[in-house]
Design a protein around this ligand. Structure first.
Ligand code: NI
Length: 170
């Protein structure tokens, strides 16, 4: 198990469409424990494989209710099959520095996914956890929460990042 560096916007890997996983082997298990360790170290409540440079359809999400308990779920090839209602909640992202913003999402989602042995599962959730699911699954499609903001907010953020990058270079 090792910590992996988290890619930061505007890294192009974050914009790729992640590949489906078809091989469920030991190297996948190893990657998953790296992802969990990296998520808890950050700390975060969800991490998608592209965020550590692996453009494959894999997410880990922390589902624990108690603060000191670490219990995570692994979702392979997750896909949202049903959506219901809407909610607005504050989001941030380990790959998008210095920004939190309100994002409109579905209130309730049903997700089809595979576990580490390849077995299929269906899972329905709502409220905050539904937000986490939508946010992490977006990552597998090259979508960041930034993309859900108004054009103005997004443009301001991109400008700020550009300036920071220019300052680093100069
Ligand atoms: Ni994120």
């Amino acid at each position: 198990m090792s910590l992996r560096p988290i890619l930061i916007f505007p890294d192009p890997i974050l914009r790729q469409k992640a590949k489906k996983i078809t091989i469920f082997d030991d190297s996948l298990t190893e990657l998953i424990s790296d992802m969990a360790a990296t998520m808890y170290d950050a700390p975060g409540i969800g991490l998608a494989a592209p965020q550590i440079g692996e453009s494959i359809q894999l997410i880990v999400v922390d589902v624990s209710k108690e603060e000191d308990e670490q219990k995570f779920t692994v979702m392979i090839n997750p896909e949202i099959t049903e959506r219901e209602g809407s909610q607005v909640d504050e989001e941030g992202c380990l790959s998008v520095l210095d920004l939190t913003a309100s994002v409109k999402r579905s209130q309730k989602v049903t997700v089809h996914y595979q576990d580490t042995s390849g077995a299929a599962h269906t899972f329905t959730t709502e409220d905050r956890f539904a937000v986490v699911m939508q946010h992490e699954i977006d990552h597998l499609h090259g979508i960041l929460f930034l993309d859900h903001l108004s054009t103005l907010k997004r443009a301001l953020y991109k400008k700020k990042i550009k300036k920071q990058l220019a300052a680093k270079k100069g």
